[in-house]
Ligand binder design. Structure first.
Ligand SMILES: Cc1cc2nc3c(=O)[nH]c(=O)nc-3n(C[C@H](O)[C@H](O)[C@H](O)COP(=O)(O)O)c2cc1C
Length: 246
């Protein structure tokens, strides 16, 4: 197995960081890797906002619902959909941009943001640093927009904590790979059995960690997916001009 595959197959989210700063040289390399990530139509409709200031990270930790690791890790990167940038190019071409009002626009930007996130993760982990992605910035998107001074046609989609690892985390098991990889055609016939087995496995995992608050995969998803857990996304995105109605 080569080094890149080893890093990717050893991924785990880190929620305990040392105080040590992340050097400019490391951060520049990490961001340069993500800068070269592909985007649909080469639109480059993603922007990163790097937050190193401790007070601002503490505020983001609050906005994300009290996630202490955001305040602890020395670097936070917010990944924003940026149809403000593309709009300037479209206007230069004498056209009026409407893609930001469509499901296609939000979907394609979310895919491209995900590729940027994944690239940042692999680059960071390759330097021996830890990460945890933060979807919690969508809990109060208007608060993030205000803090980061994001203009209309932009939206803070996901963030990433980066820092030197204090307490490492064990590898979290995944559901059987047959529920993930489908050869030639989709096949859900093994799902129920695999979910049952995974619920048992994840409880073992919590038990080994001494986490008495750990619940099964099914219960965890049940508690989130029974509702729109970040209800501010739709109205705030609409206020930003990302209407999602076409
Ligand atoms: C898009 C995305 C958003 C996430 N948001 C959060 C978050 O807000 N807070 C957090 O502690 N973990 C967050 N996570 C981390 C997941 O909980 C974690 O990846 C998952 O439980 C699997 O664990 P592992 O990364 O250690 O393998 C997020 C992960 C992704 C991919």
């Amino acid at each position: 197995m080569n080094e890149t595959l080893r890093i990717q197959q050893s991924h785990r989210s880190i929620r305990s960081y040392k105080n040590d700063p992340v050097s400019d040289a490391m951060l520049d390399q990490i961001i340069a890797a993500a800068h070269q990530a592909p985007t649909s139509m080469n639109a480059q409709e993603i922007s990163l906002i790097v937050v190193r200031d401790a007070e601002r990270r503490a505020r983001i930790a609050e906005l994300a619902g009290g996630q202490a690791w955001i305040a602890q890790a020395p670097v936070f990167i917010a990944i924003a959909i940026d149809f403000h940038k593309t709009g300037l190019g479209v206007r230069k071409a004498g056209q009026a941009q409407i893609i930001h009002e469509s499901m296609e626009g939000f979907g394609v930007a979310a895919v491209d943001a995900g590729i940027v996130l994944g690239t940042l993760i692999t680059a960071t982990e390759s330097l021996g640093l830890g990460i945890v992605p933060i979807g919690g910035i969508r809990r109060d998107p208007q608060g993030m927009i205000n803090l980061l001074q994001l203009p209309p046609l932009t939206f803070p989609l996901v963030g990433l904590c980066i820092g030197h690892i204090k307490d490492n985390a064990p590898l979290k098991p995944r559901m059987d790979i047959q529920t993930f990889r489908h050869d030639e055609h989709y096949d859900a016939s093994g799902y129920t059995t695999a979910i049952d087995a995974y619920d048992v496995e994840i409880m073992d995992y919590w038990q080994k960690l001494g986490r008495s608050d750990g619940v099964t995969w099914s219960s965890n998803l049940g508690s989130f997916y029974r509702q729109v857990y970040f209800p501010q996304v739709k109205p705030v995105a609409a206020m930003q001009g990302l209407l999602n109605d076409k």
